[in-house]
Design a binder for this molecule. Structure first.
Ligand SMILES: [Zn+2]
Ligand SMILES: [Zn+2]
Ligand SMILES: [Zn+2]
Length: 606
């Protein structure tokens, strides 16, 4: 019931041109790949005194049509999953998205890593490290550092594991957008920008494209075509689900809420718009589960594990008093690299990291639980359409003519002081990567020499993050939680946070949790001690856990309980229609853990 669509946002030339480096750029272009050239250009600009703030200022001026901003926000509000696949870089994209308040709209940004190093120079690395191997796509329109087609295939593979059919809408303009267009299937849509390179290629190769093609030429068309397309897809799915939707709810009313003129149905649509009926899907997640990683998801500290397993413990202990932990890990990776340890050796060690089977199951179940709920509530709301009042959209007229689907989703995030390389490698190895919508940690990646670099989440060489002594200089998890809370507060539905952790650094985020939230400290670990000594400071309800078994049983019961409480608030019938027991059954949990017995069964902290 959610869609993915992707779009190219800006061109590298904007920054280079605005900073007056066009001549040098054109001079160097024939000598190296575009991606390497951009890194080189940032070096040149940095050496000439261009600051990161100058680059950010230029990015914020980059032209973006207001209708495109509106279209993205509307598509997000409609419950579509939005993703970016771009050959730009994370720094450029995030700066622009943030500036326009769009960052929270996107679930995923696939692009070249870009970040500021210690010298304040923006470094840009390839999405695919072509110095080591080719990405394997032979298509001449794919640059060596990124085949967007491969990214689409990965997204398709992850979507195919989910139950409801997913429709992809792909928007693009450049040569690099042709390869992904070829990967789209029968039911998908491609929106090439008219008179741009990908449009030319598609026109010349119509027979190769399985997806339906809807062109657009400017911001206005971007918005109308995209939103009409989404409405249409929702209505087609709605018809499959229940015939009654047709009579109850027409599409025109949604178009009004989107402030679109009803008369602008593009001719690319085979049928007239008034034939379509829709529902508004609010796929915003109700429960956000935030996990610490070390000693919470995995049963050790990943930094210590890697250092110990690679026999560098002595050096580590020797250097520890001389620098912050985060800088030391970067240094240790340098030492190991100079001694011949390859990135494959590190990955092999990471794949051996101890992780409890029940924890893997718990994460997969929590992730799956969200989707299971969507279906159940579809039926609830079809039968009880009066339940629309729960959505505080502020306009009764609109509510009366829209079918609203309440979709309880469990959104899983990680907040960790490890690093992206360690976490991604471990999650991927256990098939858990798709379960998490967000990983907040220190950036870690492999440089040109094949050395793993680890950078701080917060660059403490420039400024302090401003939080107290229990938080290391490179990361205050409390600030990350506040950021997540701020983004949640912009959405309509009530959100409940469950936070799981073990370490000292998990105490600060625990203090940020509110009345309706939950904290799950690991018993007899530092954060548990701190919580016990400071009970009066904690607003969230506290549920302790000890091992993998308890991690699973406490977390899954807590989620079931939150859903059932919310359900009771929303509509008394939901309690009968959809009891916790039946959900527990679908999750293969013992049916004996009945709803009534449940609160007592939880190990509440005394
Ligand atoms: Zn390709
Ligand atoms: Zn931890
Ligand atoms: Zn803090």
């Amino acid at each position: 019931m959610s869609f993915s669509f992707l779009r190219l946002l800006l061109r590298d030339n904007w920054v280079v041109d605005e900073l007056g480096a066009t001549e040098l750029f054109n001079q160097l272009l024939p000598t190296m790949p575009w991606n390497s050239l951009m890194d080189q250009m940032m070096k040149e600009l940095h050496s000439k005194g261009t600051k990161i703030e100058d680059i950010a200022a230029v990015l914020k001026r980059s032209p973006i049509h207001p209708r495109i901003v509106e279209a993205i926000k509307s598509a997000h509000a409609l419950g579509c999953d939005l993703k970016i696949v771009s050959d730009a870089n994370t720094f450029f994209i995030e700066t622009i998205l943030e500036h326009h308040g769009l960052k929270e709209c996107f679930l995923e940004i696939n692009t070249n890593p870009g970040f500021v190093d210690r010298q304040g120079r923006l470094r840009i690395f390839p999405h695919h490290d072509f110095t080591k191997s080719s990405h394997g796509c032979q298509h001449p329109s794919c640059p060596p550092n990124m085949c967007k087609g491969i990214v689409i295939e990965r997204i398709q593979a992850s979507l195919s594991m989910e139950d409801p059919k997913k429709t992809i809408i792909y928007l693009g303009d450049g040569l690099g957008d042709f390869c992904p267009s070829l990967k789209l299937g029968d039911g998908d849509y491609v929106m090439p920008r008219k008179d741009f390179p990908v449009w030319d290629l598609i026109c010349k190769n119509r027979s190769l494209i399985k997806a339906q093609i809807c062109e657009w030429s400017n911001g206005e068309e971007f918005k109308t075509v995209l939103l009409h397309l989404i409405s249409r897809i929702i209505s087609v799915e709605g018809n499959n689900t229940s015939a009654n939707i047709d009579q109850l709810y027409s599409v025109d009313c949604k178009l009004e809420t989107m402030s679109l003129p009803a008369a602008t149905a593009p001719e690319t649509f085979p049928q007239a718009l008034h034939d379509y009926y829709c529902r508004l899907a609010l796929t915003t997640s109700d429960i956000v589960v935030i996990f610490d990683f070390d000693k919470t998801i995995i049963d050790c500290d990943s930094d210590n594990w890697v250092v110990d397993e690679l026999g560098a413990t002595e050096l580590f202990n020797q250097l520890l008093p001389t620098m912050p932990w985060n800088s030391l890990m970067d240094r240790m990776m340098k030492e190991l690299h100079s001694q011949g340890t390859t990135i494959e050796d590190i990955a092999a060690v990471l794949k051996r990291t101890p992780i409890h089977l029940q924890i893997i199951e718990a994460i997969k179940s929590a992730h799956a639980l969200g989707y299971a709920c969507i279906f159940s509530f579809i039926f609830v709301y079809m039968e009880h359409s009066s339940a629309c009042h729960v959505f505080s959209l502020g306009n009764d007229k609109i509510l009366k003519v829209l079918v609203l689907i309440l979709s309880f989703r469990c959104d899983l995030k990680i907040v960790s002081d490890a690093n992206t390389f360690f976490i991604d490698t471990i999650l991927e190895h256990h098939g858990l990567q798709e379960c998490f919508s967000e990983i907040n940690t220190n950036p870690g990646f492999v440089d040109e020499q094949g050395r793993l670099r680890i950078f701080p989440h917060h660059d403490f060489t420039k400024s302090s993050h401003g939080c107290g002594p229990s938080c290391p200089p490179n990361m205050c998890k409390g600030i990350v939680i506040e950021k997540i809370q701020a983004s949640l507060s912009m959405e309509d539905q009530k959100k409940t946070i469950i936070y799981l952790g073990d370490g000292l650094g998990d105490f600060c985020p625990t203090l940020k949790l509110g009345d309706g939230d939950y904290v799950m400290p690991r018993k007899d670990f530092p954060v548990w001690d701190l919580i016990c000594k400071n009970r009066s400071l904690i607003k969230a309800q506290i549920y302790e856990w000890r091992d993998g078994e308890e991690f699973k049983s406490v977390l899954l019961r807590l989620i079931s309980r939150i859903i059932s409480i919310d359900g009771n608030n929303t509509n008394a019938n939901i309690g009968q229609l959809y009891s916790v027991d039946c959900k527990l059954n679908t999750m293969a949990l013992p049916a004996t853990t009945g709803h009534e017995a449940f609160p007592q069964a939880l190990p509440v902290l005394h």
